[in-house]
Design a protein around this ligand. Structure first.
Ligand code: GRF
Length: 216
């Protein structure tokens, strides 16, 4: 099977990046990471990439305050140069602009640690606890011009326990992130994601494992 060439955009520790690397190396994911790009020079994600001989590039945002378009044009240039077909945001802490979106229409994925559309933005595990919801989880979605909006591909549900803290909940959600991000990338690689308006369907039908997951 042809491998999809992905570019992963990161800012920090990169545990989702690591899960994708591991699944590729295990032969579970028909993808090849063409480049990992960080806006932060000291992101541990860059080390992870180097440890696996994956091109790791730091593109500094210095001097690009208020010039998001210009910064994204640098990203597009680097991604296109590397022959990237699918862009995966994995803890990339910048708001992306139409410049990037137009260059990769329906070809940018994001992972978010809540059941969207509930709790977009930051500190979402804390917000879920404060709100008292009984279930949270994570979502992989195509990126559009909104903040954590865009057609949803897959979600995993994580029940919230009475004694949960922000940390314990984040840890359990992260475990599921590591599973569903690779699953979504694999569905993309297989050409099985069909987007119609805001709905994503899986060509060949849904199975429980690619429709939803409920995890204790
Ligand atoms: C994850 O919780 C992801 O959902 C969010 O940012 C965090 C990144 O974590 N978008 P990591 O860098 O992949 O460990």
């Amino acid at each position: 099977m042809k491998k999809v060439r992905i570019g992963v955009l990161v800012s920090g520790r990169g545990s989702n990046l690591q899960a994708v690397i591991d699944n590729i190396e295990l032969g579970l994911l028909a993808a090849e990471i063409a480049v990992v790009i960080s806006d932060q020079a000291d992101a541990y994600s860059l080390e992870r990439a180097k440890n696996h001989n994956i091109p790791a590039v730091h593109i500094s945002a210095k001097g690009y305050k208020g010039k998001r378009d210009a910064y994204d044009a640098l990203l597009v240039q680097e991604l296109q140069k590397r022959g990237v077909e699918l862009v995966c945001l994995a803890g990339f802490m910048r708001i992306i602009t139409p410049v990037l979106i137009a260059a990769f229409p329906h070809r940018i994925l994001n992972i978010h640690p809540s059941l969207l559309p509930a709790f977009p933005g930051l500190h979402v595990q804390k917000k879920a606890l404060e709100h008292g919801v009984k279930f949270s989880g994570c979502t992989v979605h195509f990126v559009d011009e909104g903040m954590d909006t865009g057609p949803i591909i897959i979600q995993a549900v994580v029940p919230i326990l009475d004694n949960d803290t922000e940390e314990s909940l984040s840890t359990r959600i992260l475990q599921q992130e590591h599973k569903i991000y690779s699953r979504a990338i694999q569905l993309f690689a297989e050409g099985r994601l069909k987007v119609e308006s805001n709905r994503v369907s899986v060509i060949g039908g849904l199975t429980e494992s690619n429709a939803f997951l409920i995890n204790p």
